[in-house]
Write a protein that binds this ligand. Structure first.
Ligand code: SF4
Length: 693
């Protein structure tokens, strides 16, 4: 007799929410999860977890989940349930016909930072090997693509430099454009523990976040105006250079000295001083000088940053500015220091590692490299196209122009996640075949012709790579309710399209990745079983992985300083739109809420609020809890007001977890100059009282 609530067995797996990558024991009764218990041996979480990983897995059995493949000729037609085989044949015929009519490059795919490494690898292999072009991009395009550009340029590798354990040896923590207490709670706990032991905290954020509000953390807060990251970081560098606080021995030994001199001469210009930039940035020059001195002289200094850095028109420049600062102060290449992007989704790092960018094969190798292509061609038995493909925004533009007609989207609701919703609708409506591969009929599916039901992390085997480059196993704890795990769906689709990718188990896909990717050369499921997890690079040189990178030298050789001129965003305030909107997250919700809103726990259903400073609210006759109309040049929406001085006058803030919020109806078309990452964090807006939606 089995009592209700008593597990029969347990399986260790990895959380599918944020980039911390907490390991859990899924305690099971047959095919039913009884509870998720944070695993004490998980190297990223050491027995801790947050509410999302621990309680928000009920979406797996939610009634709205789609379990049967569906097709339709036109988006006005009703969906028709079909067999997997019929769905694959239908999709393949559509893609074939599009390629015959419009050419080889008229189709492409988007991978998901929610899916496993192996699934991501298969999607890019299908596009490159099966469809013959490089039109593959990742949803990381809209979050951390500037991290890839900035850290590759300066250090030579597209990843954070440290493991999470490193924070235990940090003396000064600088958090930029991130709110780990909400978005990376388990890492935030480790950070707070170190701060309670005496480490110092500097926070660059337009808003007084939880990290700033906690009095015992004693944060030195630099409340910059949204969009001025580069100016603030350059002013910090100005103080470090002009007050002779540079770690010259480190720079001479580890970096290109002439590039450093050029950079130092630039940041020392009077226009970059804290005093010259104060009006523009909103930062008290004395506070800025104090922060610069503290970071340069306070011992081991580590920088952690989030989307408040990357989602700007100067996102890549900001990442480079951060790298410059770390190199100038000698804070790279040992425990306790470093530059660390906090990844929002569970597998942002992995989706980038697996060749999801239109110009890069797995392991960040450019598609134009003959030797690299030769290697992949031999393994995949195809001829690869050496021309980089389209990024997501270029796919949308090409669709509207009539040259891109077929899209396979795995695990991303692009209509809710990408900027300028009207433009995305126009693009999707122009396509002849949109294949959505997902758990629920999301907003994008309204414009789809094929719906392939997705599987949850509980229903499949694979690996995720967290923010510290840690590759961890995802283990199947139940049979996929939809019949096929996502990796099997991509294989089925590829076969119908005439490209046979045969694997019996994701471990074989990882073996292929390891054979083709030098940083993964030593990775196998057997090794992951033996060690629990491993941080790449993992190869002959580092058979047990690499917790801290750039110890003996940068991956690119000498560290590269780059001059980072501040260029204000083209998004400007003015009489009609006098306020700046920026965005963030709350602890209990996750992104657009597709999973967290589909759990039974009422805490997940919290609504988004618009935070308004009392001065701005009073001027407009808005009281706490009122409905307000939020309008930008792009569009408008309606939200409840929360009057608070957490935001400065002139700045408003909201989260974007509920579909009704439609934050991306408001956001602009501006994007990072290097990577097209959208500028979600700065939008000029106006608010006015409203009667509600
Ligand atoms: Fe999951 Fe992140 Fe919470 Fe850990 S901190 S349980 S990885 S959401």
């Amino acid at each position: 007799v089995i009592e209700i609530g008593q597990p029969e067995h347990s399986v260790v797996t990895t959380c599918a929410y944020c980039g911390v990558g907490c390991a859990f024991k899924a305690e099971m009764r047959g095919e039913e999860v009884v509870r998720m218990v944070p695993w004490k041996d998980g190297k990223a979480n050491r027995g801790h977890s947050c509410v999302k990983g621990r309680f928000a897995w009920g979406y797996t059995t939610h009634k709205e989940r789609i379990l049967k493949p569906m097709i339709r000729e036109g988006i006005a037609d009703p969906w028709r349930e079909v067999s997997w085989d019929e769905a694959f044949k239908f999709a393949a015929a559509k893609f074939k016909s599009i390629q015959q009519k419009y050419g080889r490059d008229a189709v492409g795919g988007i991978t998901s930072s929610r899916c496993t490494n192996e699934e991501t690898y298969l999607v890019q292999k299908l596009i490159r090997g099966g469809l013959g072009n490089n039109n593959v991009d990742t949803c990381a395009r809209v979050c951390h693509s500037p991290t890839g550009y900035g850290l590759s340029t300066t250090f030579g590798t597209s990843a954070g430099t440290q493991d999470f354990d490193s924070v235990e040896q940090t003396d000064v923590v600088m958090v930029i454009g991130a709110n780990p207490a909400s978005a990376h709670p388990v890492f935030a706990s480790r950070l707070k523990k170190r701060l309670r032991q005496g480490a110092k905290l500097i926070v660059l954020d337009p808003r007084r976040t939880e990290m700033v509000e906690a009095p015992h953390l004693k944060a030195l807060h630099l409340p910059l105006m949204p969009g001025t990251n580069v100016a603030v970081l350059t002013a910090l560098a100005h103080v470090i250079v002009t007050e002779a606080l540079v770690d010259e021995a480190f720079v001479r030994e580890r970096c290109d000295w002439s590039e450093f001199e050029e950079w130092a001469a630039f940041v020392a210009l009077p226009k970059n001083s804290p005093e010259s930039t104060a009006i523009m940035t909103g930062i008290d020059p004395n506070a800025l000088r104090e922060a610069a001195r503290l970071f340069a002289t306070g011992g081991n200094g580590a920088i952690y940053y989030g989307l408040g850095v990357t989602e700007h028109s100067q996102g890549s420049t900001t990442v480079i500015s951060i790298a410059n600062l770390a190199m100038a102060t000698g804070n790279i290449g040992r425990p306790g220091v470093g530059v660390n992007p906090l990844r929002g989704q569970n597998n942002v790092q992995g989706s980038c590692d697996m060749g999801s960018f239109p110009h890069e094969l797995p392991g960040y190798r450019h598609i134009s490299g003959d030797a690299v292509r030769d290697q992949f061609e031999a393994m995949w038995n195809v001829k690869l196209n050496p021309e980089p493909g389209l990024r997501i925004p270029n796919m949308f533009d090409a669709a509207i122009e009539g040259t891109f007609m077929g899209l396979y989207v795995q695990g991303e609701d692009i209509l809710q996640s990408d900027p300028n919703t009207k433009h995305v609708v126009a693009a999707l409506s122009s396509m002849e075949c949109v294949i959505v591969h997902d758990l629920f009929l999301n907003e994008t599916a309204n414009y789809a012709h094929v719906f392939l039901p997705g599987s949850t992390f509980l229903e499949k085997d694979g690996t995720f790579t967290n923010a510290e480059r840690r590759i961890q196993r995802v283990r199947k704890v139940m049979t996929p309710r939809n019949g096929l795990a996502d990796w099997e769906v991509t294989i089925g689709l590829a076969k119908a399209m005439g490209y046979d990718m045969h694997y019996d188990h994701p471990s074989q896909i990882m073996d292929e990745i390891a054979a083709l990717t030098p940083t993964f050369a030593g990775v196998s499921y057997a090794k992951l079983e033996e060690l629990g997890s491993v941080q790449w690079p993992c190869n002959q040189k580092a058979p047990e992985g690499t917790p801290v990178m750039h110890i003996d030298g940068f991956v690119r050789g000498k560290g590269k300083f780059v001059v980072t001129e501040y260029v204000p965003t083209d998004e400007r305030t003015g009489p009609r739109y006098p306020l700046l909107l920026t965005t963030g997250r709350i602890l209990s919700q996750y992104n657009v809420g597709a999973q967290t809103r589909r759990t039974d726990n009422v805490v997940w259903h919290a609504q988004d609020r618009l935070e308004i400073h009392p001065h701005d609210a009073e001027q407009r006759g808005v009281r706490d809890g009122d409905w307000v109309r939020l309008a930008s040049r792009a569009g408008e929406t309606t939200l409840r007001a929360e009057i608070t001085d957490r935001v400065a006058p002139g700045v408003v803030y909201t989260t974007f977890h509920h579909p009704d919020t439609q934050a991306n109806v408001i956001t602009t078309d501006f994007s990072d100059w290097a990577t097209n990452c959208p500028e979600y964090k700065v939008t000029a807006v106006q608010i006015s009282p409203s009667n509600g939606p």
